[in-house]
Design a protein around this ligand. Structure first.
Ligand SMILES: [Zn+2]
Length: 349
């Protein structure tokens, strides 16, 4: 593995797809991240790459034509809404095509060059299913096209045979799960806050895939108020599964909204958790493409920078206290963990 990390960024991701009035998914999220990358000395330690634009045909690998037409129609009469959570502006299509095209281009480049790339893109994608809303969700949760899904489909076409998708955004990646639910070529592992307490209210342990895809969707649940200790307990099992599966590439839906005080979730994760995940991916030594999903407050500064430091294998520049969970949260987390593991016993554990 090459010992560096490529960050993919372009001004398009802050200049386009701007909400008309306040919305948590806005360009300020990326500005915060970039400022923090400079502030903590990461900027000069990574390589920088320009984003790539997808074609309409690329979108059709994942989404039905009717949905793509619908987005195009909404953009033509923008400002508009796909649903109360998900806005569309007259340049949304541009930004979304770049977010999606970047995922395709740099995931294939990651395989070719055995490298790690991280797309600092928006809009996010993991709630977007084949037809827009996924798995009965009420909204698309700020997502237009499923960027990580586009990467996985393109890699399969390219000839890659085993892919892991690791989604650590605090919300369940319902769009991604829906897209690969019957597919045994993509192992979709999703760690998220208890879906009985958070949008999109799916991602239970028993949702393990169907048909050929049975056993290829794995949902790990974190109770509300889970801290770094609970995350570490769960993540140690996740790492075991990824190592056993031994994929050709790991695709990551990286959301930083599990960071404590994010405001959108009830998780209490800190910089330690994100650093450890980055470090795990580096030590795994596999090609990796990471796409940015959520993250609406401190996580975009502290979580994101620590994650990149982990990917680089340098010390964590952020010093904060690890969060410890209440006993009842730990007990609940153990129950959820056992439930998930019992359902995939004999397959991955
Ligand atoms: Zn999220």
């Amino acid at each position: 593995m090459v010992d560096t990390v490529g960050l993919v960024y372009g001004n398009i991701f802050v200049e386009k797809h701007k909400p008309a009035r306040y919305h948590p998914e806005n360009p300020g999220r990326l500005r915060r991240a970039l400022k923090s990358i400079v502030r903590y000395g990461i900027k000069s330690k990574v390589e920088w790459y320009a984003p790539y634009k997808a074609s309409r045909k690329d979108l059709e690998c994942v989404h039905v034509k009717g949905y793509i037409d619908y987005v195009e129609e909404l953009v033509a009469k923008a400002p508009a809404e796909i649903d109360p959570d998900t806005y569309v502006t007259n340049d949304t299509l541009d930004a979304a095509l770049y977010a999606y095209g970047t995922a395709i281009h740099y995931s294939i480049k990651a395989v070719k060059e055995k490298k790690i790339f991280f797309g600092l893109v928006r809009p996010p994608g993991h709630h977007s299913g084949r037809e827009g809303k996924a798995m009965g969700a009420s909204t698309q949760g700020f997502c237009i096209f499923n960027n990580i899904g586009g990467a996985a489909k393109s890699l399969l076409d390219y000839g890659v045979e085993s892919i892991v998708i690791l989604d650590f955004d605090a919300h369940h990646g319902n769009g991604t799960q829906e897209i690969f639910y019957r597919d045994d070529r993509v192992l979709d592992i999703d760690i998220h806050q208890d879906p009985s307490t958070l949008y999109p209210f799916t991602g239970y342990p028993e949702q393990i895939g169907e048909g050929r895809g049975k056993g290829y969707s794995i949902n790990f649940i974190l109770p509300s108020m889970a801290g770094d200790d609970v995350f570490a307990m769960v993540f140690s099992r996740v790492t075991e599964i990824i190592k056993n599966y031994n994929p050709e590439i790991v695709l990551v839906s990286a959301g930083f909204d599990g960071y404590q005080f994010d405001g959108m979730t009830e998780l209490l994760l800190t910089s330690h958790t994100y650093y450890n995940m980055g470090k795990f991916l580096k030590d795994l030594g596999k090609p990796c493409y990471i796409t940015l999903e959520g993250g609406y407050a401190n996580g975009m500064e502290m979580g994101l920078v620590s994650f990149i430091a982990g990917l680089l294998g340098i010390d964590n520049p952020i010093r904060v206290q690890k969060t410890k969970s209440f006993k009842q949260v730990i007990d609940q987390a153990r129950k959820y963990l056992e439930q998930t593991l019992s359902l995939i016993k004999g397959i991955w554990v």
